[in-house]
Design a protein around this ligand. Structure first.
Ligand code: IMP
Ligand code: MG
Length: 174
């Protein structure tokens, strides 16, 4: 297996995640309990680090999404593979996503969650690839803007591999 080239090392990730947590803590200071929704599988490491920097009462509800596509291309056909286990009606929801690529997954999710009548929905994404945007998605908290590379590590996979890398790397040629 090829060793990916380092794009963001562990220290860079930790510093950015800490800053995002501080910003979220500040912004929700007058709000009640927060429901943090990590999107599986890719955001599980990011979310686990992020919530340790959110100094606010919160609960965690996972949601699994699968975006069908061949190889590294998203088709825009999105499926919920694991759903929230409690209602979010009237709740303040913070979605935690690994990367916004075409935007199709988040567009689908926003529309789906809206039908459940939350009080608010915000999005925190570790990365965004603006070059590949197909639908505009408002990202309230963004870690890094990246060029059009296929990235792996820190929870993100290529064909289910590389999630355990402690850094974000680029597969050369990707
Ligand atoms: P979308 O194209 O914005 O719908 O993104 C769909 C999903 O594809 C993201 O949530 C990621 O899980 C995955 N994805 C997109 N780009 C990458 C990448 O560079 N590396 C790993 N996964 C990616
Ligand atoms: Mg994802």
């Amino acid at each position: 297996m090829l060793k990916p080239r380092v794009l963001f090392d562990a220290a860079t990730l930790a510093a950015r995640v800490q800053a995002l947590g501080a910003q979220i803590t500040h912004d929700y200071r007058d709000v009640g309990d927060l429901v943090v929704v990590p999107i599986l599988k890719g955001s599980f490491l990011f979310a686990s680090d992020l919530i340790r920097h959110i100094d606010h009462p919160l609960s965690v509800e996972f949601l699994g999404l699968r975006s069908y596509g061949a190889g590294t291309e998203s088709s825009g056909v999105v499926q919920i593979t694991y759903d929230l286990t409690t209602p979010i009606m009237g709740k303040d929801v913070l979605i935690v996503e690994d990367i916004v690529d075409t935007g199709l997954s988040m567009q689908y999710l926003f529309e789906n969650l809206a039908t459940r009548r939350p009080r608010s929905v915000k999005l925190c994404a570790l990365m965004q690839k603006p070059a590949r945007t197909r639908v505009k998605v408002d990202i309230d908290y963004l870690g890094f803007t990246i060029d059009d590379h296929f990235v792996v590590g820190y929870g993100l996979d290529f064909d289910e591999k590389y999630r355990n890398l402690p850094y974000i790397g680029v597969i050369e040629g990707g």
